[in-house]
Design a protein around this ligand. Structure first.
Ligand code: G3P
Length: 220
């Protein structure tokens, strides 16, 4: 499974990249807004810097909701770098835009997917990626990971090449479940990446090793 980071925060991206964990990045308007707030930089400059750090796909989302402006914005995003994947919301106009962009060989990521059939529609429109939001389904008392399992089965049944990006990942269990299902990608917030690294027994184990070593040195 590829590990993407779900952030527009340049510092977090650099840190995750330094531990070799970055196959790609996803952003959305909320995450870009946070980085604008933090750095006072323009969205295109933020995305350009992310693309210079990370070789893999970097999702940048369109703001427009109508087909013409979605495609126009997508072309602008595509000019930023060749590894930009244009993120498009799951709507009728969105699917038309995905169709047009896929004919131009521009990578697309259909976002805000909440049912397996929405994911199929994205695949049929030619999306490169589809992003089921599992945490937001958990929030409304529906087991979010189940739609990832269904999408994975359906894509295997029919050989759709669209890759599944498990999104709205909120905890390490979501990452484990994605791995067990065989999802192509999980896009993970920096805080959850840090949780993946840590284990209380690792920490107490390190402490015990160092204490034992120190004691032996004192008795030399
Ligand atoms: O990748 C989608 C993600 O940014 C949404 O996450 O936690 O706001 O549901 P969340």
């Amino acid at each position: 499974m590829k590990f993407f980071i779900d952030t527009a925060n340049i510092e977090e991206i650099k840190k995750a990249n330094s531990i070799g964990l970055l196959d790609g990045v996803t952003t959305n308007p909320t995450l870009i807004a946070k980085e604008i707030e933090r750095t006072k930089r323009k969205p295109a400059d933020i995305l350009a810097e992310i693309c210079s750090i990370v070789k893999g796909p970097v999702s940048g989302e369109v703001i427009a909701l109508d087909y013409e402006n979605m495609v126009k914005e997508a072309m602008e995003l595509h000019k930023i770098a060749s590894n930009i994947a244009v993120k498009i919301p799951m709507t009728e106009d969105g699917l038309r835009a995905v169709r047009t962009l896929s004919e131009k060989d521009i990578m697309t990521n259909v976002t805000l997917i909440f049912t397996p059939v929405q994911a199929v529609l994205a695949a049929k429109a030619g999306a490169t990626f589809t992003s089921p939001f599992i945490g937001r389904l958990d929030d409304i008392s529906q087991e979010g990971i189940n739609i990832v399992e269904d999408i994975h089965t359906i894509f295997e049944n029919y050989g759709y090449p669209t890759e599944i990006i498990v999104a709205s990942v909120r905890n390490p269990v979501h990452v484990l479940q994605s791995l067990l299902i065989g999802a192509d990608i999980a896009t993970i917030p920096y805080s959850v990446i840090m949780q993946l690294i840590k284990h209380p027994l690792t920490e107490s184990g390190i402490k015990r090793f160092l204490d034992d070593y120190k004691k032996a040195q004192e008795n030399l």
